[in-house]
Write a protein that binds this ligand. Sequence first.
Ligand SMILES: [Zn+2]
Length: 120
Amino acid sequence: MHEISLAQQLLKRLYDELDKRPEISCIESVKISIGELSCVEPGSFKRAFRLLAEETEFVETELEIERLAVRISCQSCGNSGIVQPGKLLCSNCGTALTRIVSGTEFYLDSITVGENIEEK
Ligand SMILES: [Zn+2]
C-alpha cells in the first residue's frame, strides 16, 4: 500500500531529525499537508503512521493533517480560484481548459519538538 511507504518515509525523516538535533528529546507532533487532489488518502495515511509508530519512540507523536484546496487557473480567460476536487472547470467562463496550480501536494509542513532541559 502506497500510504505505508509514505508513513515509513515520514518515520525515517523523524529519526533523521532526532539524529541531527541532539537537543530534541521527543517529537510532539508532525503536521503534514495533503492536497485534495493528491492520491494520498489522509485516513489511510494516518492509520499507516499509527501502525508503524506503535513500536517506535514516536508512538506518542501526534499526526496532524492539513488538507490543501485545489486551485486552478483558466487558460482561456485567465481567472484563477479554488474549486471542488473533481470539478476542474473555470468558475468564470466554464471552460475545462484549466491548469491545476495546487492541490496535488504531499509534504511535511512542520515538526513540533520537546527539548532536553539541561540539568546541572
Ligand atoms: Zn475561464
